[in-house]
Design a protein around this ligand. Sequence first.
Ligand code: ADP
Ligand code: MG
Length: 292
Amino acid sequence: ATPTALLVGTGRGAQLGILIKGPEVLESTRKADTVVLDKTGTITSGQMTLVDVVAANGADRAEVLRLAGALEVASEHPIAQAVAAGAAKAGPLPAVTGFANLEGLGVSGVVDGRAVLVGRPRLLRERDLVVPEEIEAVGTAAQAAGRTAVLVAWDGRARGLLTVADVVRPSSAVAVRQLRELGLNPVLLTGDNETVARTVADEVGIDQVIAEVLPADKVAVVQRLQREGRGVAMIGDGVNDAAALAQADLGLAMGTGTDVAIEASDLTLVRGELTAAVDAIRLSRRTLSIIR
Ligand code: ADP
Ligand code: MG
């Protein structure tokens, strides 16, 4: 009877849009008491749009957008896609040479003979660049509204700021409440800014926020929770979530996410809705109770 119940469980999973890697995964759903959720592309849609462009230090807005857009064409980050799409609307974009993806920080490259940087404040600080007060204030206001702000710099000076908006998936708040009802304590884990992370967490009902975490450190957060004795389920979509998804007791990937995240996970939520994680855990637990 045991193999039959497992087959029924995983078959029903496929109907619900949940792909389970193997029957052994079911057991992990019982141990989980903590659920770590990535922000961009997991709680939010990850389909960002460019909202604002601000210039500083003698640059003009069109130039800030053109140079940043040219650089971001080469990046697959959701922020990059928003910036590149916004810039392309204004006209053709110049070519880039020496492009580098600085993981969790931003991008760099040469456009029109200028060494351009686009990324978070930390990236500019690491290069000894000063962020002008007026653009910093715009960034702070955007973050309080839940938007991500990135800085643009070239030739040794910060030249502007871009803000991008993402939308919280309508089903995320419901899913967080249901995960709590299943006994899972939610934690938001993101590389994005603390203020943005808090705003999104408040919107979906999460109290515990771990923000500004570099991609390589996401796995360390999962390990720390495990050392504290917690059974960790992790839900993510990005390349930067893969190691943490593999480390978690139960890794769940958004089907709308990257292949690397899907490969690293035990379960895939095909439609990319967090409510499917609730279905997955309920179904697994029910299947286990039939076996016993
Ligand atoms: P998340 O966990 O939100 O997916 P990441 O670790 O990918 O975050 O990135 C963290 C931060 O680094 C972003 O919020 C952004 O400020 C900056 N960043 C990363 N990649 C880019 C990029 N291509 N363009 C601009 N900024 C970037
Ligand atoms: Mg993500």
